[in-house]
Write a new protein. Structure first.
Length: 425
């Protein structure tokens, strides 16, 4: 009995282990594509993983030592690329999984990159501007030997923004003794940032929602949408959907959710939210994130954190389309249940690839020193996202597999081929 219980909880833990579930799907994708096991052995783990300790002088005069990571999954295709998150729940395993997802995203939207990811264990909501600057600069000093415009290019992620990118770029430029805008993307426009980068993830998600709605015969105008998370992706997305005539009936932040079946006043919420996407604290009546996910709606967009749709709540999800704007919001079992129930699930590695796509445009503009208009960026992003969505949709249909496995197959192929041509496997 005790052993049985232990076994059950270990599978439960495995379900929540994002690195484990990523590896399972990568393995399935490689098997379906006919690659030998060596390719999986190469791709199941980042080629490089640096763990650093960063001392920062805090405002009260004390010194606090933070732990950070940078994972570089695979550089067979080109330099590695991916964000840096500042969050108390960052772990080495999570950063590794996130770096694999970045490789898959780059493969899906066909960028000349491999995947990378960084993270620092900290809570930026409790740190001053000055402390955050010290931490950002300290992190760059600690990882400077393995990053750079032709090696590994960081970007924003959870709780990091253009100001943090600016500090990091400045620190790297000092170390490099050159102005190096191409070291990092997601910068402010005046420092070589790209038009359209800030809203790029949300724009990419909106394009996927549009395409998915067409496949399901749902009219976006008037469709009832739930958006979990009101950070960079969630807030811009709510605005785009609201402007397109959809009814955003519920949104949430880390503390709770608000719901109005007639549609929320998105402009008011955007105006009142803080820079970490917190807004529900202004309301007396809130519901839990958990209850929100199960509300009646047409489209559900998890745009917050990992492991939100699981074996436990997937049977109760009412949406006809789930589009993952966050990284890893649905577990493997959750994916199976939603797919078996006929719900169209657009996976994270596809839906959230708009961010890295415009980051690529930013890097190209930095390298060539010539900048594009927002309209040009938009047009290029649209073309890439629509093409990638349809390739994955078609793969899923013809192979009779779920969209996640189809996306992994499309995403993994380029790096597997590149590694083969290089003679690595
Ligand atoms: N952090 C974002 C992601 O997870 C963007 C990465 C980038 O722009 O390089 O896709």
């Amino acid at each position: 009995m005790v052993a049985e219980k232990a076994a059950a909880s270990s599978t439960e833990n495995e379900q929540m282990d994002v690195l484990h579930s990523t590896r399972v799907v990568v393995k399935n994708a490689l098997d379906k594509l006919g690659y030998p096991d060596e390719v999986y052995q190469l791709l199941k783990e980042p080629i490089r993983m640096l763990s650093v300790r960063i001392p920062v002088r805090m405002d009260d005069g004390s010194i606090k030592i933070f732990t950070g990571y940078r994972a570089q999954h695979n550089d067979a295709v080109g330099p590695t690329k991916g964000g840096v998150r500042f969050h108390p729940d960052v772990t080495e395993k999570e950063v590794k999984a996130l770096s694999i997802w970045m490789s898959l995203k780059a493969g899906i939207v066909d960028l000349p990159y491999g995947g990378g990811k960084g993270g620092i264990i900290c809570d930026p909501r409790e740190m001053s501007f000055r402390e955050l600057e010290g931490l950002s600069r300290g992190y760059v000093r600690a990882i400077s030997q393995i990053v750079g415009p032709t090696k590994d290019i960081p970007a924003p992620d959870v709780f990091t923004n253009s100001q943090i990118m600016a500090w990091m770029m400045d620190e790297y430029s000092r170390i490099d003794e050159y102005n190096s805008p191409g070291f990092i993307t997601g910068k402010p426009i005046v420092l070589g940032g790209s038009h359209g980068r800030e809203s790029a993830t949300a724009k990419g998600v909106t394009i996927c929602i549009n395409e998915a709605a067409k496949k399901k015969g749902i009219e976006l105008k008037g469709a009832r949408v739930i958006v979990q998370g009101f950070g960079n992706a969630g807030s811009f997305l709510s605005k785009f959907l609201h402007d397109a005539g959809a009814k955003v009936i519920a949104i949430s932040d880390a503390y709770g959710a608000i719901h109005d079946p007639n549609g929320l006043d998105i402009d008011y919420l955007l105006d009142r939210r803080d820079s970490f996407g917190t807004v529900t604290n202004l309301f007396d009546t809130t519901i839990s994130n958990k209850d929100m996910l199960e509300l009646d709606c047409d489209i559900l967009v998890p745009a917050a954190v990992e492991n939100q749709i699981t074996a436990e709540n997937a049977p109760n999800i009412k949406a006809k389309i789930v589009v993952e704007a966050a990284n890893g919001p649905t577990t493997m079992e959750g994916t199976k249940i939603l797919t078996d129930r006929g719900i169209l699930l657009v996976p994270d590695v596809m839906a959230s690839a708009g961010g890295v796509t415009v980051s690529y445009f930013e890097w190209v503009q930095n390298n060539q020193g010539y900048y594009w208009s927002e309209a040009e960026i938009d047009e290029k992003l649209h073309e890439i996202m629509i093409k990638s969505f349809n390739t994955i949709y078609k793969t899923a249909q013809t192979r009779r597999i779920d969209m996640r496995l189809a996306a992994y197959m499309v995403g993994v192929r380029k790096m597997a081929e590149a590694a083969r041509f290089r003679g690595w496997v």
